[in-house]
Design a binder for this molecule. Structure first.
Ligand code: FAD
Ligand code: ZN
Length: 488
């Protein structure tokens, strides 16, 4: 008696055989140790917030640009989607595979060399998998500053920073990742290497391909290296924590600080009462530095100066004395040492971790014009307080850039998952409607990934979407690079 195979079984066998050939070809390029399939791939398949988990066919870790190009060609030949991944700290599900088990994650972690630091040109050329903090430290060793700074800097990579056009806490003075990037090396969907590692500050030769790649979230090419701007290391840092009676007072303080301190004002962060209390609850050593439990808003400001003559500190002192006298601030402390500055910043940087400990909340990363930010916050807060009784407002962010991480946490004692299931869609609708009304953006820093694909499709104009799709079609006609992300 002979058994005949059903067509489903035959297709499965064929697929397994094709996957086997693909994996063998990938091993031939990067070595079997760097094609991961049978270990627990959880760290590559799950996002930082543990909001979602995909299933990868394999994780491949090329050692350099040449290997990256070969990996892309092999996957393109097989019609297999590639998901670039750096530190996997992105917050919009851009760096994890979908659930199909058919996509290959390309991890840049082994491509982490600092190729060169040119002190006289104030530039560094680094590979995509270099961890942000590693570059910061290398620059510092040359008495230079790489100013990109964010709470994930110990894990996130330069490639991920550029692919998401990361912002962070020093944008006010130094700009986003895009402003810090002079040149890019990347591999296209056809496996061709583009060496655009120019270190020029002026170059108007045709379309700006570098800036097209920055912020493209791995959908147009895989970034393998970049040439980045460095700055002289500031000699003094003056950090202040201010307790304010309202968010309108924060805007007035920002305006005054900018007019007095000019470009020395490098960071101006706003933090609501709830996140400050939350950090204090989870990290006892990071209790609120001043103000009391009824203070609604706090500002953390940083002033960096290249002259070590004490003038910056005097200016900050007189700025805050004026605010206290007029009642526009309730209380303030100024750090007297680097250690104290670092501690004030640790409060701000511990907010994401403290929130995670209270359970995943409803998150937004939004921006509005700086001048409209206080009205935006007050109007939205009253609408949401009525719609979602008892919700805790975890509002904080980069006020100097008009960018808020506008998160709603379940009421004390309530189940975080049930809260999100019940309210997320309604809250998102209200938040994004307000954002649009105030001329803002529904994703200021964290990009689109797969999480905000619908929002992008519904809020960009047909013309903008047509241009974006045209670019994608031209550079990746077969949809090999990060399928399902950004444009869906
Ligand atoms: P990943 O998460 O690995 O990837 C992010 C995206 O980039 C994905 O779409 C991925 O496919 C793509 N990608 C990665 N590497 C490459 C490459 N070499 N070529 C092409 N595409 C690539 N962001 C801010 O902007 N400002 C903040 O203040 C900020 N704070 C954060 C704080 C915390 C605690 C956390 C967890 C995240 C924060 N983020 C912030 C999110 C931010 O986007 C990331 O931390 C960082 O920029 C992503 O780097 P990564 O290496 O982890 O990228
Ligand atoms: Zn941020």
């Amino acid at each position: 008696m002979s058994l005949s195979l059903g067509s489903g079984t035959r297709n499965l066998r064929k697929l397994l055989a094709m996957n086997q050939i693909l994996l063998e070809r990938l091993c031939g390029v990067v070595g079997a140790d760097h094609v991961l399939t049978d270990m627990d791939l959880g760290a590559y398949e799950e996002d930082w917030n543990r909001r979602a988990r995909g299933k990868a066919l394999a994780v491949v870790r090329p050692a350099d640009t040449v290997q990256t190009a070969q990996v892309i060609r092999i996957c393109a030949d097989a019609g297999v989607g590639l998901v670039p991944q750096g530190g996997n700290t992105g917050l919009n599900l851009g760096a994890i595979p979908d659930g199909s088990g058919t996509q290959v994650v390309l991890s840049t972690k082994r491509m982490n060399a600092i190729r060169a630091i040119d002190v006289a040109n104030l530039t560094a050329t680094v590979e995509a998998g270099c961890v942000l903090q590693t570059l910061q430290e290398a620059a510092r060793a040359h008495n230079l500053l790489f100013p990109l700074s964010l709470a994930a800097e110990g894990s996130c990579t330069i490639g991920g920073n550029l692919a998401t056009n990361a912002g962070g806490t020093q944008v006010l003075r130094y700009g986003n990742a895009r402003e810090l990037c002079l040149g890019i090396e990347c591999v296209t969907a056809a496996g061709e290497v583009w060496n655009g590692l120019t270190a020029l500050r002026k170059d108007n030769t045709g379309y700006d391909l570098r800036n097209l790649m920055v912020g493209s979230e791995g959908t147009l090419a895989i970034i393998t290296a970049a040439t980045l701007r460095l700055y002289p290391l500031p000699r003094t840092q003056t950090t202040a924590w201010v307790a304010l009676p309202g968010i309108h007072e924060a805007l007035r303080l920002l305006q005054r600080a900018q007019s007095i301190l000019g470009p020395s004002l490098s960071g101006f962060e706003i933090i609501g009462r709830e996140p400050v209390e939350q950090v204090g609850r989870h990290f006892a050593e990071l209790a609120r530095p001043c103000g009391d439990s009824s203070t609604p808003w706090f500002v953390l400001m940083d002033v960096w100066n290249n002259l070590d003559d004490g003038r910056a500190r005097e200016e900050v002192e007189s700025l805050l004395a004026g605010a206290l006298e007029s009642g526009e601030a309730h209380d303030a402390v100024i750090a007297t040492s680097q250690a104290q500055s670092a501690k004030l910043w640790r409060i701000r940087e511990s907010i994401p971790e403290a929130q995670a400990r209270d359970g995943l909340n409803i998150k937004h990363d939004i921006s509005v014009p700086v001048s409209a930010l206080p009205d935006f916050v007050m109007e939205l807060q009253s609408v949401l307080a009525a719609a979602v009784p008892g919700a805790r407002f975890m509002t904080f962010g980069h006020m100097g850039d008009g960018n808020l991480h506008y998160n709603l946490q379940a009421p004390f004692g309530a189940d975080a998952d049930a809260f999100r299931a019940r309210y997320e869609r309604q809250v998102n609708g209200l938040v994004y409607e307000h954002v649009a009304r105030f001329g803002g953006s529904f994703s200021a820093e964290h990009g689109i990934g797969s999480h905000k694909v619908e929002q992008l499709a519904s809020s960009k104009s047909p013309t903008a979407l047509w241009m974006m799709r045209g670019v994608k079609q031209a550079l990746d006609p077969r949809g090999i690079l990060n399928p399902g992300k950004v444009l869906g």
